[in-house]
Write a protein that binds this ligand. Structure first.
Ligand code: ADP
Length: 495
């Protein structure tokens, strides 16, 4: 019910594509029909009036010739008891004409005096109207007054002498009814109104069907997306009816596959996290259980197992710390606290901190600073990058090995590279080492306290500084990690 009301509301507000197509088709279909109808009716009216005027004009011309031939204008006296027979015939002809056309005929003499009026009202009166004056100048005039329903025709009564001279002796002023034209027009209007209603209904039905058919592909897309949302299928959608629907389907499928990749990587990450967090817990449980199983276990055994449990807790702790660091780094709202930092001084501090670990393995730690470098970086994250790389170089090194840190810069970037004489990384593992929880040798890494998150954190921190990290490595010889970071930090991407 709510969906239907929403649809109706959309139609009313003209936000629906279907409603717009419907309205356009309706207007395109009906406006020309209505215009054509009224043009046809109007043309008929004009033609009918023109035809009727011309018939009456012809008859009036014949009568005008009779009037001249019988010297009607000069000799006619309406009140005389002894009228000429020819004049009586003319009177009868004029009456007949007036009757046939349901009108009135007046003969006006040269002094503008009405000689004869078939209504017998205006005889003897003077008639000076615009039409009469114009007609005395030789013009044939025909006017149609549709409001009052008559046609007025004025023609001059011309006497042409034998030598070809013509002069106007009088004027015939006629008004005839348009009743039969009006009757035809009324029936025409009635018929055309009926036709228009039928045409509008047909156009409405047609527009409704066509608009529905034209918008159906979009409804199919909406339905397909709704089905995906409801989880019925994961198949790509395909509505290839229009170029537009192909574009929408393709864009949606791309978005869907991207979302699937993100979802898969999220699932993998969650499963990795659970596994990594579970491993120390399982060890602790085994240690605790074996102590419980031996009620008489000596104090030394207790101490040894408790030390193991403590080291597992440390491990769990370091995984959680790394995970938190990584999550923080991943957040889009992550903001860097950029300050001007002396990179050489920072590297010295980091190396000083890591020297005790290096000493344990008798690894020689050296630094080469080619020039003084001051860069705009986040000091905490920069220390994280340096610590992780140098710590790895020590961890994965052999006894009595070497680690060499080199600092250099050009106009735009500074580089920080860490070269070790360790075990190296197999070639097929190189693209994977930045993945979360990836370790070349899981058990060895666990042994030396690796979480598999160090390089993922390092890479995120480098990317936040709009820098790059690269590695070259040879198994059994050693690895070189190089970080390249812009000297000054800008929010725009540098190419
Ligand atoms: P971890 O905490 O296990 O060290 P990292 O993300 O820092 O995790 O490193 C991922 C893996 O890459 C390590 O497990 C190790 O196998 C390999 N690796 C990293 N640095 C070095 C290095 N300098 N020499 C050899 N292998 C390395």
């Amino acid at each position: 019910m709510k969906a239907i009301l929403t649809k109706i509301w959309e139609v009313v507000r003209m936000r629906s594509l279907r409603a717009r197509i419907f309205l356009i088709l309706l207007l395109v279909g009906t406006i020309p029909t209505i215009l054509m109808e009224s043009v046809i009716v109007k043309t008929y009216e004009l033609k009918a009036v023109e035809q009727r005027s011309s018939v009456v004009q012809n008859q009036l011309k014949i009568l005008a010739n009779h009037l001249i031939a019988n010297e009607f204008l000069s000799n006619y006296n309406p009140n005389s008891p002894n009228k000429l027979e020819s004049h009586e015939i003319i009177e009868a002809e004029l009456d007949m004409l007036a009757n046939i056309y349901e009108g009135r005929v007046m003969i006006i003499g040269s002094n503008y005096r009405v000689l004869l009026d078939t209504y017998n009202i205006a005889e003897g009166r003077t008639m000076i109207s615009e039409e009469v004056v114009k007609c005395f100048k030789g013009e044939n005039i025909s006017n149609y007054d549709s409001e009052h329903g008559y046609i007025e025709i004025t023609i001059p009564i011309v006497n042409t002498t034998d030598d070809g001279d013509s002069n106007i002796k009088g004027v015939m002023l006629t008004s005839i009814s348009d009743s039969n034209i009006t009757a035809t027009m009324t029936s025409l209007n009635r018929n055309s109104a009926a036709f228009e209603i039928i045409a509008i209904v047909l156009v409405m039905v047609f527009s409704f069907i066509i608009s529905g058919a034209m918008t159906r592909p979009f409804e199919r897309i909406t339905k397909a997306i709704a089905e995906l949302k409801a989880g019925y299928s994961n198949d790509p959608i395909s509505v290839r009816s229009y170029t537009e629907t192909v574009h929408i389907s393709d864009a949606f499928n791309q978005l869907q596959s991207r979302m699937k990749t993100i979802d898969d990587s999220r699932k993998e990450f969650v499963s990795n996290v659970s596994h990594e967090l579970k491993t120390p817990l399982t060890s602790m449980k085994v240690l605790a259980d074996s102590l419980i199983a031996q009620p008489d276990a000596p104090a030394e055994l207790y101490r040894e197992f408790m030390e193991d449990i403590a080291s597992e807790i440390d491990r769990e702790n370091s995984i959680i710390t790394d995970l938190l660091a990584l999550t923080k780094m991943d957040m889009s709202t992550q903001e860097l606290n950029i300050t001007s930092v002396n990179i050489g001084d920072l590297a010295e501090i980091i190396l000083k901190r890591l020297r005790p670990i290096a000493r344990k393995k008798d690894v020689e730690l050296t630094i080469e600073e080619n020039r003084e470098i001051v860069a705009d970086v986040d000091e905490v994250k920069m220390s994280l990058i340096m610590t992780n790389l140098v710590e790895n170089a020590i961890k994965y090194n052999k006894e009595h090995g070497t680690v060499k840190v080199t600092l250099d810069s050009d106009i735009q970037y500074f580089t920080f590279s860490v070269e070790d004489s360790g075990c190296g990384i197999p070639e097929d593992s190189l693209p994977l080492i930045y993945e979360r929880f990836y370790r070349v040798d899981k058990s060895h890494s666990r042994e030396i306290g690796g979480t598999g998150l160090g390089l993922a954190i390092t890479r995120s921190a480098v990317l936040l500084h709009r820098g790059t990290i690269t590695v070259t490595s040879e198994e059994g010889v050693g690895s070189v990690f190089t970080v390249r970071i812009p000297l000054s930090y800008t929010t725009e991407v540098q190419i």
